[in-house]
Design a protein around this ligand. Structure first.
Ligand code: KG4
Ligand code: ZN
Length: 343
């Protein structure tokens, strides 16, 4: 079954054709990152406008590169939540139009379910159940993936998402957007033990995270140094920051893996591209005999192939939308879209 998938939840306009949830026939991504970089972050209004301008060409190219037409695909999947509402609506309305015009099933996909499913595209043996760590620009979750469309959230961030923390720390350091990438580039030249950043305390949960204190510590460090006329070696601070974020993520995730007896751990989302996190998680998993899966770098960030992968499993489970489908800015990963129920 070949599914045309569309993703427009943030600043990437993307389309892909995916076969049976596992094989990428085409994947086209138009990124707006340079334009938003000028403003130091994503400007929602600009994002929506660029999606409108790009979506037709991006979808056409994805179909063409896969050797398909709209008529020959089996279904249309689209990211319908969570994300920037104006940006999501461009993709959702476009997908609705295509599905209606060609009389194809319309499959709404949760963006974070898609991030996890990116791993299905490169690891044929990977199947639920497994433990997932989703770390993106807007979300940080430890989640039990009980089945292809069944989830249970164990832990979440109490304040900033991991990617947001990277972006804010980078901004304080005067590094370009997206900050996670900028910090990651600097870390190989830095000493991760140069600055002892705090491990924020989170009460009431063994698995929740908090990152805002870490960001504040970076801001204070820079501020104090500036007042004294000192400069802080950027690579050392970047390495120390990445190290501490990885500490927090590794510790909580492995605690959850042990408590709930998971032998398979899957990373997902933009921050899963982080080299410090990947290395430290790999070391920790190897010590405990846990199999670790992380998407190859091009599949860590936003793309439509991952939406096609998850869309396949949503369709198999009977989830289909009608023309009343709406986008939602916020939605938990364990919830279903309104009026979209297994048949
Ligand atoms: O998943 P994603 O592409 O979009 C959302 O769904 O939010 O994640 C984007 C986030 C940004 O905050 C970006 O700074 C971060 O992922 N990111 C990284 C790296 N690459 C992207 N953070 C740390 N290290 C990286 N290599
Ligand atoms: Zn994302």
């Amino acid at each position: 079954m070949d599914i045309l998938a569309i993703e427009s939840s943030c600043d990437e306009t993307a389309a892909a054709v995916v076969r049976d949830g596992r094989e990428t026939l085409s994947s086209v991504i138009h990124t707006q990152v340079e334009e938003h970089g000028r403003y130091g972050g994503v400007v929602p209004e600009i994002a929506s406008r660029r999606h409108i301008e790009q979506i037709t060409a991006v979808v056409d190219r994805a179909l063409e590169e896969a050797g398909h037409t709209l008529r020959s695909v089996d279904a249309v999947a689209v990211t319908a939540a969570p994300g920037l509402i104006g940006a999501l609506l461009v993709g959702v309305n476009y997908a609705k139009g295509l599905a209606l015009a060609a009389d194809k099933p319309l499959i709404p996909v949760h963006h974070l379910r898609g991030h996890l499913a990116a791993n299905y595209l490169c690891y044929p043996e990977l199947e639920p159940p497994f433990l997932g760590l989703i770390v993106s620009g807007g979300h940080s979750h430890i989640v039990e993936v009980l089945g292809y469309t069944e989830y249970r959230i164990l832990g979440r961030t109490r304040d900033d998402a991991a990617g947001e923390a990277f972006d804010k720390a980078a901004r304080a350091m005067g590094l370009p957007y997206p900050g996670g990438v900028s910090i990651d580039r600097l870390t190989p030249q830095g000493n991760p033990e140069a600055f002892s950043l705090p491990i924020p305390h989170v009460s009431g949960s063994d698995y929740d995270f908090s990152f805002s204190g870490l960001k504040t510590a970076v801001v204070n460090l820079l501020h104090n140094a500036a007042q004294k006329g000192e400069t802080i070696p950027a690579a050392d601070l970047a390495a120390s920051f990445a190290y501490r974020v990885a500490d927090i993520l590794v510790e909580n995730t492995l605690r959850a893996a042990e408590r709930f007896h998971y032998r398979t751990l899957v990373l997902a989302g933009g921050v899963s591209a982080n080299s410090t996190l990947r290395r430290r998680m790999a070391e920790a998993c190897a010590q405990r005999g846990i199999a670790l899966y992380a998407p190859p770098l091009p599949l860590c960030g936003d793309n439509a192939a991952m939406i096609g992968a998850q869309g396949y499993y949503q369709l198999l489970a009977g989830y289909q939308a009608d023309r009343a489908l709406n986008a939602a800015a916020n939605m938990e990963i364990d919830r279903e879209f309104v009026n979209v129920l297994p048949s």
